[in-house]
Design a protein around this ligand. Structure first.
Ligand code: HEM
Length: 477
């Protein structure tokens, strides 16, 4: 399929796009809001790879055709921005940080921040990630029940604090923790209410949100000003951002605050929830878990996992890729056409919302046979080579691809690898999580209940010395 130039409507007539009519006045607004994931998944089942509906006064298109997904993400990205409604939603929290930013201002910020995510810098965080995971596991007691999701949110927050600010947030941990909790709740509320209350509205939740934002702003301001005074690059992302300059100079304090807040938010819950789903899928597929355990045991022989071990752990990576296909934390993201666009066989008028759901994209039976099955083995080189661009997008793609993709993939392999090495991955007997398609797909208030069961000879219990656990043969893999 070829993509015909933007705004050029000659050539073959565009294909008609099936429409979900919904209510005569509201269109699909409330159908979407009632159960957004069901709406999108059923819509694609019923109408195909591209369908539309009216949401409030505008038109929203839901797209899982890989060529059109790729055109939106990559080839036509410069004509497509973040939706205004999404920017408004983020504004009180992230200001003009990378996620809601667009155009020249986004390009400049991206240029300034991107080198902070260089592989060498990221690799240097691996020992911290491994150490914090072992710390977490050391704090667990055999037989006790825990909410794995909560454990992961706390762990990833600790990792973000260390790698962003080079601080354990020892003095601020409670402030930051509570503030992030309150801000996250306010954000979800904000995202799910058609007309959210203004910031000055004297509701309890609003008051909590304003207090939380003030507290976070205070912590960030203090850390930035200390780093400016120290004039020392401590290897953390904040150092990079505080000292990054271009011909216009460095970032203002306000822009720095927005970017740091963005990284805290973009960087911890997404990772925590992906780890939660990876855990759940392994817990409910014991044969896959046994395979992952064997790979880890043979490769590590009881020592802590390091960044150089990761390339020797292909099955671990396959488990995560499959998990991101089946239950992607960022289950939907949106764009807005800045002009009339002809993308492949379809025409999208200026101003329309283009929604891509990695959850729906990953369930497309045209590219993933038996798509509801959890099968890490499907992630062969051949599959990766044969998949069209746009058929697997848990981190988006193109210029707006997730800036933390390498960071997240490394962190998740280190965390999950350490867990597999030390504990039995399980969910409590009879426990079924919820699947809440909020800002990120999460298991809701009941969390992911598990029972702590250490493996025999768990290295964390034996001071991380190499163990005598009998090594299975490589052929068993
Ligand atoms: C498994 C974990 C993660 C997933 C699934 C994920 C997914 C995504 C997706 C789908 C986007 C595009 C959203 C959109 O265009 O609306 C995105 C953007 C972004 N992510 Fe991630 N992310 C993860 C972890 C991280 C981490 C750890 C960081 C930082 C430490 C991070 C930083 C960002 C930033 C800064 C953007 C905006 C990039 C831009 O627009 O220039 N993410 N992420």
């Amino acid at each position: 399929m070829t993509i015909i130039a933007d705004s050029q409507h000659d050539g073959p007539a565009p294909r008609a796009i099936p429409r979900h009519r919904g209510h005569w006045l509201w269109g699909g607004t409330f159908d979407f809001q009632r159960n957004p994931a069901e709406f999108v998944l059923e819509g694609h089942e019923r109408y195909g790879d591209v369908f539309m509906t009216r949401v409030l006064t505008g038109h929203s298109y839901f797209i899982r055709d890989p060529d059109v997904v790729n055109a939106i993400n990559v080839t036509h990205a410069k004509h497509i921005y973040k939706p205004k409604v999404v920017k408004q939603m983020w504004k009180p929290f992230l200001g003009n940080g990378l996620v809601p930013n667009d155009g020249e201002s986004w390009r400049r910020q991206h240029r300034l921040i991107m080198p902070g995510f260089h592989k060498m810098r990221i690799d240097a965080y691996a020992p911290t990630m491994a150490e914090y995971t072992r710390d977490l596991v050391r704090g667990w007691k055999e037989g006790e029940q825990r909410d794995f999701r909560k454990e992961m949110v706390e762990l990833t927050l600790r990792v973000v604090a260390k790698t962003l600010f080079d601080t354990d947030l020892a003095h601020d941990s409670e402030t930051v923790h509570d503030a992030i909790q309150d801000i996250s709740e306010a954000l979800i509320d904000h995202a799910q209410t058609p007309i959210p209350a203004p910031r000055w509205w004297p509701s309890d939740r609003n008051r909590r949100m304003v207090r939380a934002l003030d507290a976070m702003d205070g912590v960030i301001e203090r850390l930035v000003s200390a780093r400016r005074k120290q004039r020392e690059d401590r290897g953390d992302l904040m150092s990079h951002m505080v000292f990054a300059t271009d011909e216009e100079g460095g970032m203002s304090d306000k822009q720095l605050r927005d970017e740091l807040m963005t990284l805290i938010f973009a960087g911890h819950e997404t990772t925590a929830h992906t780890l939660t789903w990876a855990w759940y899928l392994l817990a409910t597929h014991r044969d896959k878990l046994a395979k992952a355990q064997r790979e880890i045991d043979i490769t590590l022989r009881g020592r802590p996992i390091g960044v150089d071990d990761l390339r020797e752990l292909p099955y671990l990576e396959m488990c995560l890729k499959e998990s991101l296909r089946r239950l992607p934390a960022v289950w939907i993201y949106g764009r807005e056409a800045q002009e009339d666009l002809r993308l492949g066989d379809y025409f999208f008028p200026k101003g329309s919302i283009l929604a891509i759901s990695p959850l729906a994209v990953g369930r497309n039976a045209a590219y993933f046979d038996n798509p509801l099955e959890y099968r890490p083995e499907r992630w062969t080189r051949e599959l990766e080579r044969s998949l069209p661009k746009g058929a697997y997008v848990p981190f988006a793609a193109g210029p707006r691809v997730c800036l933390g993709k390498q960071f997240a993939m490394m962190e998740m392999r280190i965390v999950l690898g350490t867990l597999i090495q030390n504990v039995d991955i399980n969910v409590l007997d009879g426990f079924e999580p919820d699947f809440l398609p909020e800002l990120s797909l999460n298991p809701g208030e009941r969390g992911m209940q598990m029972k702590v069961r250490f493996r025999n000879d768990a290295p964390v219990l034996a001071g991380d010395r190499p163990q005598s656990r009998p090594m299975p043969s490589l052929r068993a893999l």
